[in-house]
Design a binder for this molecule. Sequence first.
Ligand code: GLU
Length: 307
Amino acid sequence: MDLSGDVSGVKNLNLAYRGRFAPSPTGKLHLGSLFTAVASYLRAKSRNGQWLLRIDDLDGTRARSESIDSILIDLEKMGLCWDESVYYQSQHLQDYERALNILRQRENIYPCICSRSDIQNLSTDGLKYPGTCRTKNISSSELQALRIQVPNVTIRFKDLLHGHFEQNLSLDIGDFVLRRRDGFYAYQLAVVVDDRLQHITEVVRGSDLLDNTPRQIWLQQLLGYTTPDYLHIPLLMKNNKNKISKSTSETLLDLNSPRQLAIKILRLLNQPISADLEEGTLEEIWREATLHFDINRLPQSPITIPS
Ligand code: GLU
């Protein structure tokens, strides 16, 4: 597949809208992931676009095939039909390697043997990697991650919901991982390659990934890829202020009543719901919701789900 850079420099102007939903198959679909799925689906359909499904099964130790099956089945039960065939990250390892090699030719990519706890001890804020291994001589027999050295550069972009966002890569993030110690390609590299290969024009996903976006834009720039637009939707939180990340009793989906579930999600997305709509079939609900989908009505702050 073509991983070479864009030469036109024209940003998404002539491209038909292509969005995606990219769940990690570490469990069943839950209220939080369905919320993201619906937002990205309605946005794509309201723009007359394609809605693609990508399974983020890069991490073979966490991805489970029964989770993949159940996610696909549940999306179908919800009437959320994706376009084109499902894209599996696990089938694109060579593409990630190719992108890594392109970056290696131009940037300082170095092995790092620091563990998570080393980094917590080394870094002043417990998060930012201070570049400890940058100048170390590390034998290839040691278990190592690959990091890319970041410049002192500020990356800015305009999120469609949150507006202007900026981050200085060296001050706010530090050198980051492209291939993990366990040999898996890192999310930051994979997502950039995937969005490129799927020709995604706009990314709709949870706001927990807002501060990952500047890293991804920087990688896109290094690789000569077009940067998609971004819309980071609010997270659904439990009463205890934790992000919904697993199916629990409060967030379990009742797929015997997909229509009620669809209405519940539309309410959470603050979209208009007419009395007629509540009585409609699932198809009618999505058709109407697509017609009236308005990103200006989306809430900006996290939404707490009562238990
Ligand atoms: N797989 C990620 C998740 O489930 C989403 C990645 C993305 O949308 O960029 O949180």
